[in-house]
Every structure is written in structure tokens, then in C-alpha cells.
Design a protein around this ligand. Sequence first.
Ligand code: ZN
Length: 364
Amino acid sequence: MTKKICTFCVMDTSASNIKFDKSGQCNYCKDFQKKLNTKKKNLDNIIKQIKINSKSKNYDCIVGLSGGIDSSYTLVKVVELGLKPLAVHLDNGWNSELAQNNIENLVKSLNVDLYTHVLDWDEYKSMMNSFFASDVLDIELLMDNAMYSINYKMAKKEKIKFILSGSNISTEGMNMPKNMNWIKFDKKNIKSIIKIFGNNKIKSYPAIGVFDLVKYILLNKIKWIHFLDYFEYKKDEAISILKSKYGFKPYEYKHYESIFTRFYQGYILPNKFNIDKRILHLSTLIVTNQITRNDALRILAQNPYSSSAQLNEDKEYFLKKMNWDESMLIKYINRPPKSHMNYPNSKYMYKILLKIYKLLKSSD
Ligand SMILES: [Zn+2]
């Protein structure tokens, strides 16, 4: 089956629920354009709020730092604006050396405290193996869930009311197609999958569930802020500032600061799940005028990996770290995918809570 592709961006029929209008433009980029035109956020206002609500002596906000461009630039901006951040980083064992160096350089030159939470590798590895055995799509749920959890936990512990993250509309604002990831707060799904496939319970892994999230938001009054949305955020400018002022070494593609993420997005997703997440990132950049559609098409025509040497290097690294042999990887890639819905999950609860939250928000 050939893919039909949007005439304005590069989203195609591999995205669930994609629809095209008469001119061939898709609902993803049209919705995104609408979102961009809604009211601009007020920076002075949020800075004031963060300073007023600070209950901690040492810090007035947390910055979740992955080592990627967006979160690193968030930290730079936060310091420039006179806030006192605590940088929080989650280490799941897959950080590239490049990312590690970038993080260290950055916090040192900005003179910011860094809290790094290191996940227990044996436990995390066994959880990853259960996820592989279950054939579900979102292996990164394990990383992202723990990342959210650690940020909220630290905020609560340090009595900090604001978590500033590098997630943003300008480079990530297009709606994620439902078939490309899973609800990041689905502790129930994580617990069920590791129970079924590893006969395991969570030991030290810091899971966060939908009700934990509700508690953090309503009881502890912790706000998660997409900080870069308060600026005219352009990725190229961010990279050049990070490079020239902080000796930052950029990654060849979005989210490639982690070796597993690179292997997952560049090899596992396209080969097992027929998904190339680059269409989403590139389309977002097209809509925000950061790249032309032709350049995006040119990039998409190339392999997600810059070279087969890099792919082989990452594959070797993955196999060794996971104690797999090549035949296990081939078998895994060839098995048909299964939905997260095949296992107990919080999807409906999450939907209900989200609806209530939106109602509450629109009434204040
Ligand atoms: Zn489109």
C-alpha cells in the first residue's frame, strides 16, 4: 500500500485518524496552525508567579533536564531571567556520552545545582525486557513515566511549585497521532506488563500513575510549565547559542541524546511498527517555518540513521547491553505488534480525569 502524504506538511497515512481536505492538506497541520494562533503567553506574568510562590529557600523552580536541545535551552533562559532553578535529570543507563558531557558543562557554567536520579539498571533492564516481550509500541513509556515521577517527587520534596520543561509548541506542538505513543502516566499498564512477562513487581522504579498526577496537581499545587512557549522559540538559534556560549555539542536528530531513543526511533519503530516519527517532528518545523517541505522530504528519503556504520554500532551496543543475540532481535522485530490495550491500563480513567480537568480549568 502506498502512503498518501499531506500537500502542506509531510504527515502521511501511517498516522492514525489522518484526514485530507480538498487541497490535500491534513488535519494535523491544520489543527496545529489553529493552536499557534491562539493567545500568546505572558512571560513577565509567569516569572512573577514563580517568584511569588517560591516556598523553598534554595530554588524557585525545577528544570527537567534531559540533555537535549530544548531542555538545555530552557535552563539557559531560566537562569538568564534571574530564576533559581534546581536541574533534575533522570539517568536510565542509555545516555550517550555526548549528552552526559553536555549536561555537565551546562550546569557547571550556569552554576546550577543538578539532581540526578539513576535508575537501578537490573530492574530497568528486566522491565524493558518485559515490554519487548509484550510487543507493545511505547517502550519509552518506561523512561518518560519515571522522568515525570522524579520531577514531581523532587518538586514536592523541595516545596517547589513550578516544573519548567523544554517541551514546546514550536518544535513539538503537532498533536501526536494516537498510534505513535501511549499515555505516559499509565502506571497500571507498566505494572501489568512486568507482572505478566517478568513475574515482577516494581521495586525501586519510581512509577507515577494518573491518581498520583491528580494529587500533585490539586493537592500539592505543582504546575508543569512548557516554558519555551513563552518565547519565539527557534531551534537553530537555540543550538547556536548553546554551541557558542556553552560548548554544547548538538545531536544529529531530535531526541537522539539517548542511545536507546535513537535505536528505538531509528530502527525499532520503523521496522516493527511501521512508524517514522520524523514525519511528526519535521511537519512541526514546516508549519513553524523552520524548514521547507522540500528539505523535509529530502531528509525523509534518507534512512533515519546517518550511516549504516552508526546503525550497526547502536545495534551492537543494544544487543550487548540487553544481553540479546541477533536472532532475538530479528524474532522481536518480526513478531506482530500488540496494543497497550491488550493489557490492563488506565486509558479510560485518564480520559475521564482529563475531561474533568479541562472543565475545571475553563471555569476559572
Ligand atoms: Zn499536513
